[in-house]
Design a protein around this ligand. Structure first.
Ligand code: CA
Length: 237
């Protein structure tokens, strides 16, 4: 299990990232100032650092420079203000491996974290399966019982979030921050609308409404595709 250190002084963003990472099987720890960030980053207890640039104590650039001086290789993803090209360039020159500009969607950060950690881990899962549903994360294609289903980009991310957390109740707020980002209006009914779209495309019974709590993706054993008897039919790739 990978341990992620989050150095971010904005509570809303820190807890959004922390909850998301914990829900995805990481162990996340939050610090809110640069001095603690450097201390913990140097402790050897973490596999990756998500580092905000604007931190009290010591800013992200200082943390990064000292970290790189002291201990080569901890992967670092910096968080920069929106469109701050100068921050981004300076961050990468100071030794960051990657960056996210705020505001960002959690799924984007997660993808970058996974990418950075991939080398030391078992091969990346590229197809998620549940029951007769499969999502190919590389081609961004969904299939039910071997038949391709057209999902929009947002529907795909929502489906992916459900498939990564089968059987768990996910609140509207969790889904909203996960799929739409933390800047989205919490009063919006966009989650309900998109769940409806997904049910229409993937089958109604797959996603349960848990009254007053949110939605749950019904966990089903994976049904392997059995080659049908229709001779000569191409199954495609
Ligand atoms: Ca900040």
């Amino acid at each position: 299990m990978s341990r992620i250190l989050i150095a971010e002084d904005e509570t809303r963003i820190a807890s959004f990232v922390e909850r998301g990472l914990n829900a995805n099987g990481f162990t996340a720890t939050v610090v809110t100032d640069g001095v603690s960030a450097l201390d913990l980053a140097l402790s050897g207890n973490f596999d990756l650092l998500v580092l905000d640039i604007g931190l009290p104590g010591a800013d992200g650039f200082t943390v990064l420079r000292r970290l790189r001086k002291a201990r080569g290789s901890l992967p670092v993803i910096i968080l920069t203000a929106r469109d701050s090209v100068i921050d981004t360039v300076a961050g990468l020159e100071s030794g960051a491996d990657d960056y996210m500009s705020k505001p960002f969607r959690f799924e984007e950060l997660l993808a970058r974290i996974r990418l950075r950690l991939r080398d030391e881990r078992s091969p990346e899962v590229t197809v998620l399966r549940n029951g007769d549903l499969s999502l190919d994360l590389r081609t961004r294609r969904a299939a039910v019982d071997g038949r391709t289903v057209d999902l929009t980009a947002r529907e795909f991310v929502l489906a992916e979030t459900f498939l990564r957390n089968p059987g768990q109740v996910l609140s509207r707020e969790q889904l909203l921050s996960h799929v739409w980002g933390y800047d989205f209006d919490p009063g919006s009914n966009v989650v309900d609308v998109y769940v409806r779209y997904l049910r229409r495309k993937l089958g109604t019974a797959r996603i349960e409404t848990v009254r007053g709590m949110g939605y749950r993706f019904v966990d089903q054993p994976v049904r392997p595709l059995i080659a049908d008897d229709t001779a000569g039919r191409s199954r495609g790739g």
